[in-house]
Design a binder for this molecule. Sequence first.
Ligand code: ZN
Length: 312
Amino acid sequence: MKIPVTGGEIKLQEIGFTLVHEHLKTESEAVKIQWPHIYSEELAFKNAVEEVKRAKSLGVSTICDASVMGLGRDVRFIERVAKEAKINVVVATGVYLRSELPFYFLGRNEEEIAELFVHDIKNGIQGTQTKAAFLKVTTDPSLTQDVELALKAVAIAHEKTKAPIYTHTNAHMKTGLEQQRIFKEMGVDLARVCIGHTGDTTDMDYIKKILGEGSFVGLDRYGLDYLLPVEERNKVLQDLIKDGFADQILVSQDYCCSIDWGIAKPENKPLLAPRWSMTLVFEEVIPLLRKISDELVEKIFVENPQRFLGKI
Ligand SMILES: [Zn+2]
């Protein structure tokens, strides 16, 4: 089978080493439209190309960009970076929200919202030929009416397209369980879902509840030390492997090559995320996995992404 990437599609067997959750740039859409003078497209491009090329030189062949509405998804920018760095980028559709959807969605139902996502998957994104390969939705910090609407819309789009779902959660608020509950009620096969950011917690009961329902878990924020340091993330990873869950683990960094959020200002980075990059897993995770076996690296970075992205 084939999966869509920027500029076309590739065979699922050929995705190679894959980072399942990264961002080539992250921008606040409303701010960018109103005050474009504070943005530099060329600087963002340079940052992304440099970082992606570094990842490629270490063996990465495919990057899933988890940007959607709310994070400034810009498919032409993604296409440009992918072409320059000669790498496959898998693109998402869906919505990133904390509590409320934009006013456009007032008075619109989940079926209408799902149609937008289906359009991106079937026809292409933002007027380009590039199609979305997976759905993304968020529940952080809690389930509001609009968050529930977005979850249901994503479930409907999944049912219509069979595209897998990758979520953003607040692991400390255990919102992954609420996502699974709603998806289950909507008839989603939970094996086609990755509950993202599960690796932000060391609460093994919570993590195993999610795994018990058959979903993948995203240990996908390596480098965001202010949420959980690398060493503790690795302890969770090793314990899950020991307990037989290697088939359900997806590892990534959620790295943003550029990000306009005030919390991520350069002066804050040394405090919040001193080692965050798109290649940290090569320093901190892969050597540790190789000590167990080379097959394990292949499983977590090649086979599991294939099973997540592929249609069963
Ligand atoms: Zn992300």
